[in-house]
Design a protein around this ligand. Structure first.
Ligand code: ADP
Ligand code: MG
Length: 736
């Protein structure tokens, strides 16, 4: 299975959007971010701090400033990842940042403008262009799914009744890791089709949300593409590689106020950013490298991205930033988050020949259909030969067997055969009609028979047509390299593309080298220096001291910042905890005072926690299997009888003594034919019904038909008279 044993770190790039009109009008403060594209550095200025305070510098795998183009980001940072996915690796790109900083712009962009198309549409182009340009011995199957996570519920955006559908469950399998059960997956044959899938999902997202702005900033959207590729290996057998690509537009990372809300709203608020804070914890745990426990299971998002963070995947994180001074705190948090993510190590490997590859199933199904068609072809050929032998339309065909261009051959041949047969039957019918020596009855019978034969023939033809259609539909789903999509780009354009990749590649490697040089510079500066005089040495060392002092200050400020943040988040957690405790006390109060203890115990004994669904569930009152076994087993006293029966009764039956013991025979049962006993509750008409008879035998006869309104006359209170008066008219009818 594994090809590449090496591990690699998560690639983190940072992108800053331009100041928007509102921010520009706020004053000439300017941005708080400075970006060094060549070095891949971001320098953050605190607008509230004195000028003497050192600025914060962060280094990333790539930085993109306000002037950066969508295409630059794609070519430099995303293209290599998509290439890996096409080679059979898992890949993930996620956009992280505060609401309004350009996550959706980066992932989707403006579809209409080719310059502004985001990562997702560019990836579509990339994937299908790659397929069209690959060799013709390769077969591809591309599938897409689209889901969102909102309030910790996974929803399928491609499900037609997405709004009402149940939240989906997550499952785990050793083959494909964590996956979403029953998620719709659409096979896509072209860019147009996959774009359609995306549009359908986006519309569902917009429709499902009551307040689009709030909803989209609080939900995570995941677009999943699976590319399966089958290719003959050196052993001559076809091997399948499966690349899975997750394109993730995360919820806004800004801190959500959780305090001051109660009850359901509190639970909701606690859930809103649960996935995101869990993601932060997972990143911290992984970046730390020392923690043995990574809390993937804390949220749906982290479970779904489990492979992408510290597992079998190549991952790119795009952290988006806003340049406005009022967002300094959020910007700093995002930069810290991104900085931490750089340290995560993944172990990507090529997914080769996984058991659950759909392409294999498709290939098998296609082979089966082809075999069926071939069989039909062979049969119709045989029949045709028979027909030819009999002398009808004797144009003997010389078609060679074992050729490859089946479908058309089969269709043509089947059609020809059917035509011949129809002609022949028509002629036979004609002959029968014209035959003067035949009896009318006989003629009718023979004609009927011929009609039936025609019907059979047509049915068979229809079946063949259906089979051919199915076969073609199946086959069209598989994309063959260099065949299905006509590549209109000319050689010059292709060359241009290649050159662009080369330049992107070069820029990247240049940046890496620059970064390495910077690190080495600091380390080796003292080795290179030789001092001629004491004075010189003092100067150099003072300079170095200053440098180090500045660094120390930076780190101290950093520690202070982190501490402040820690205290803040702890306070928030404590507040949330207080709210929850209060809520809990309230519930306890109700339970202790208003629910009988035995009921409470019964309920508590029946409850079990389902970790998969993250919910408490009731166990059935009687376990299903024990119930069925109870039903199956007959008590010893009932063997051979309908119901348990005593020894005495058995003897009595054998003796034929008393009719009571003659088992159950409806013929011997005397039905109680006395009219049912009803009591009139209306005192004004005392004679209308029978009087109440309380004798035990009579009472038994009517017990079944007695209802609450047939209570004895003893009820005298006026209120019951009024309320039960309505029953009076109905009672005699129902009782008889
Ligand atoms: P988010 O998804 O993070 O909430 P959006 O992607 O919706 O943010 O971006 C907010 C606004 O900023 C949009 O109007 C978008 O067009 C604009 N924007 C974001 N990034 C850029 C960019 N790099 N260049 C130009 N406009 C941008
Ligand atoms: Mg958005």
């Amino acid at each position: 299975m594994s090809k590449n044993k090496g591990s690699e770190s998560v690639k983190v790039v940072v992108r800053c959007r331009p100041l928007n009109r509102k921010e520009e009008s706020n004053g000439p403060v300017g941005g708080i971010l400075q970006m060094d594209l060549r070095l891949g550095q971001v320098i953050l200025r605190n607008p509230r701090a004195p000028a003497s305070e050192p600025q914060k510098t962060f280094t990333f795998d790539g930085v993109y400033d306000a002037n950066s183009k969508q295409g630059d980001l794609y070519d430099e940072s995303v293209r290599p990842l998509i290439d890996s996915v096409l080679a059979g690796f898992n890949g993930t790109i996620f956009a992280y940042g505060q609401t309004g900083t350009g996550k959706t712009y980066t992932m989707q962009g403006a579809w209409m403008d080719p310059e502004k198309r985001g990562v997702i549409p560019n990836a579509f182009d990339h994937i299908f262009t790659h397929i069209s340009r690959s060799q013709s011995d390769r077969q591809y199957l591309v599938r897409a799914s689209y889901l969102e996570i909102y309030l910790e519920e996974v929803r399928d955006l491609l499900d037609p009744n997405h709004g009402n559908a149940r939240a989906l469950e997550l499952r785990e399998s050793p083959e494909s890791g964590v996956y979403v059960r029953d998620l719709t997956s659409c096979v896509c044959k072209s860019i147009k089709e996959i774009e359609e899938v995306m549009n359908v999902g986006n519309q569902a997202r917009a429709v499902g949300a009551t307040d689009m702005n709030e909803h989209s900033s609080r939900s995570h959207a995941l677009f999943l593409i699976t590319v399966e590729c089958s290719q003959p290996g050196p052993d001559g057998r076809k091997h399948i590689r499966v690349g899975r690509l997750n394109l993730v537009d995360l919820a806004g990372s800004e801190r959500q106020a959780k305090t001051g809300v109660q009850g359901e709203r509190l639970k909701e608020a606690a859930k809103i950013n649960l996935s995101l804070s869990a993601l932060g914890n997972v990143i911290s745990a992984l970046a730390d490298g020392r923690s043995s426990h990574v809390p993937y299971r804390d949220s749906k998002l982290t479970r779904l991205l489990q492979d992408s963070l510290g597992g079998n995947a190549k991952t790119v994180m795009v952290a988006t930033l806003g340049p406005a001074p009022q967002h300094y705190d959020e910007t700093l948090t995002t930069l810290r988050y991104a900085n931490r993510a750089k340290n995560i190590q993944n172990q990507p490997r090529v997914n080769e020949d996984p058991k659950d590859a759909l392409l294999r199933e498709f290939q098998m199904e296609i082979a089966r259909l082809r075999a069926q068609l071939n069989h039909r072809k062979w049969r119709s050929k045989q029949k045709k030969e028979q027909v030819d032998g009999e002398g009808w339309e004797g144009d003997g065909d010389e078609e060679t067997e074992g050729e490859e261009d089946e479908e058309e051959g089969v269709e043509k041949e089947a059609e020809e055969y059917v035509k011949l047969q129809e002609q022949r039957l028509e002629r036979e019918k004609q002959d029968i009609r014209e035959d003067q020596f035949m009896l009318a009855d006989e003629k009718q019978r023979l004609l009927g028979e011929k009609e039936r034969m025609m019907g059979d023939l047509r049915k068979e033809q229809e079946a063949t047509e259906q089979l051919t259609a199915k076969y073609k539909a199946m086959e069209s789903k598989l994309l063959v390299g260099g065949k299905n999509i006509i590549d209109h780009t000319n050689e010059q354009q292709k060359m241009l593309e290649v050159k662009r990749h080369e330049i992107a590649e070069q820029t990247r490697s240049e940046r890496e080298i620059q970064q390495q040089m910077l690190v080495q510079d600091e380390e080796t500066v003292e080795l290179r220096e030789t001092f001629t005089s004491l004075q010189q040495e003092v100067e150099a060392k003072t300079k170095k001291l200053k440098k180090l002092y500045a660094k120390l200050q930076c780190i101290k400020a950093e520690i202070q910042d982190v501490n402040d943040e820690h205290v803040r988040s702890r306070q928030e957690l404590e507040q949330t905890q207080n709210e929850l405790t209060r809520e809990l006390k309230f519930k306890y109060l109700i339970i202790e005072n208003f629910i009988p203890p035995e009921e409470k115990n019964k309920i508590m004994n029946r409850l079990t926690f389902d970790p998969e669904e993250d919910q408490w569930k009731f166990q059935p009152l009687v376990p299903a299997e024990s119930k069925s076994s109870q039903m199956k087993k007959r008590p010893a006293s009932a063997v051979g009888y309908k119901r348990p029966i005593s020894q005495y009764a058995r003897v009595a039956i054998a003796m034929g003594a008393h009719s009571r013991y003659r088992a159950e025979n409806i013929m011997f049962l005397e039905l109680d034919m006395t009219p049912p006993n009803t009591a009139s509750l209306d005192h004004s008409e005392p004679n209308q019904n029978h009087s109440v008879d309380n004798s035990p035998t009579k009472d038994r006869g009517v017990r079944k038909s007695r209802s609450w309104c047939q209570t004895p006359k003893s009820i005298t209170s006026s209120s019951s008279n009024v309320s039960l008066a309505a029953c009076h008219t109905a009672t005699p009818m129902t009782a008889q």
